[in-house]
Design a protein around this ligand. Structure first.
Ligand code: GDP
Length: 314
């Protein structure tokens, strides 16, 4: 089965790692949000792309959900000693990724090419693409009238500002990747990983052409909200501040126009009727991925659910 998965960082990477254990490299394409990318210490940082790649390469730090495992912090501490900036933590190994990526970008290479080269070095066979080679910047507009870059909101201000709306600056002019568009056209199934709908999946859908291509395909989304809470990060807080009670059904509603199927947690079973009334087929199961076994089990269940959906539509 040919699958295209859309992913942000932490939640996305976990499911993608499960899918990559089951699907061979020629059957899985991962499209990763780059709206969180930014420049820091003159380096180009791509947090979600790195989280997905590190996770697939077995290099990810299981405690933080970002950065590399067995990291050292010599450079970070020396930078802090010199007065910073030090609000964004970069480990020594992680720094190497940003140094090499920035150097290659300055030599004129595209982010997708650099990602492919790094994946080869890290032994990743599956195809991982940034959503575009052109810059797209997620801007968080706050209730107090500020327009914050995503990392300024997420890391520096620890998600404290109350959000009002989001903007994906540069999206309308950004070019979609041909490989991604072809991948979607050839896909049997598109999966939205359990990533933040507002700031991980929506930016990908804002790239011209992707939404239209995805609308032609069976789509399954996995809820990042379990029991009214996000497993990690500000997804639930964002829904609240934008006037929604954060529930699995609210996530299904978020993507309603595109969804064939929706996967949500047993704890939220009471929302089943509402979701199915929207003609979305449900899979209710344990969607919390605590370890590798969970990731593989959930990926298997989703792919089986996908087969069932494809079978029904034939
Ligand atoms: P970010 O860009 O690093 O914030 O990464 P994502 O957008 O991919 O991931 C954040 C989302 O992943 C949050 O909304 C979490 O609730 C969700 N998430 C993290 N771990 C899990 C998990 O084990 N299961 C599910 N269903 N969602 C998860």
């Amino acid at each position: 089965m040919n699958v295209v998965a859309l992913a942000g960082g932490v939640g996305g990477a976990k499911l993608v790692a499960g899918l990559a254990k089951i699907l061979p490299p020629d059957q899985l394409i991962v499209v990763v949000n780059t709206g969180d990318d930014f420049e820091y210490l003159n380096l180009r940082i791509s947090p979600d792309l790195d989280t997905v790649c590190y996770t697939l390469a077995g290099l990810a730090n299981p405690e933080t959900g970002w950065g590399q495992r067995d990291e050292t912090w010599v450079t970070y501490h020396s930078i802090a000693q010199l007065g910073g900036p030090d609000w964004f933590r970069l480990g020594d190994k992680d720094l190497a990724t940003h140094l090499i990526r920035t150097r290659k970008l300055s030599q004129g290479k595209a982010l997708s090419t650099i990602t492919r080269e790094h994946c080869q070095r890290w032994g990743i066979g599956h195809r991982i693409y940034p959503m575009s080679d052109d810059p797209i910047e997620t801007i968080v507009h706050t209730q107090s009238g500020d327009a914050l870059g995503f990392q300024e909101y997420f890391v520096h201000q620890a998600c404290q500002p109350v959000v009002k709306s989001f903007e994906f600056k540069g999206a309308e002019k950004a070019k979609p990747l041909t490989a991604v568009l072809e991948g979607i056209q050839n896909a049997d199934l598109v999966i939205f990983a359990p990533s933040n709908p507002w700031v991980s999946i929506d930016p990908i859908l804002a790239v011209p052409g992707y939404r239209q291509a995805i609308a032609e395909k069976p789509v399954i989304a996995v809820s990042p909200i379990i029991g009214g809470k996000a497993v990690k990060g500000p997804a639930a807080k964002m829904y609240q501040e934008l006037g929604f009670v954060p529930t699995a059904a609210v996530v299904a509603n978020h993507f309603r126009q595109l969804l064939t199927g929706f996967v949500f947690d047993t704890i939220d079973r009471s929302e089943l009727e509402k979701i199915e009334r929207w003609r979305i087929i449900s899979l209710v199961t344990n969607i919390l991925m605590k370890d590798e076994q969970d990731r593989i089990r959930l990926a298997e269940e989703i792919l089986r659910f996908g087969e069932m959906i494809l079978h029904r539509s034939r």
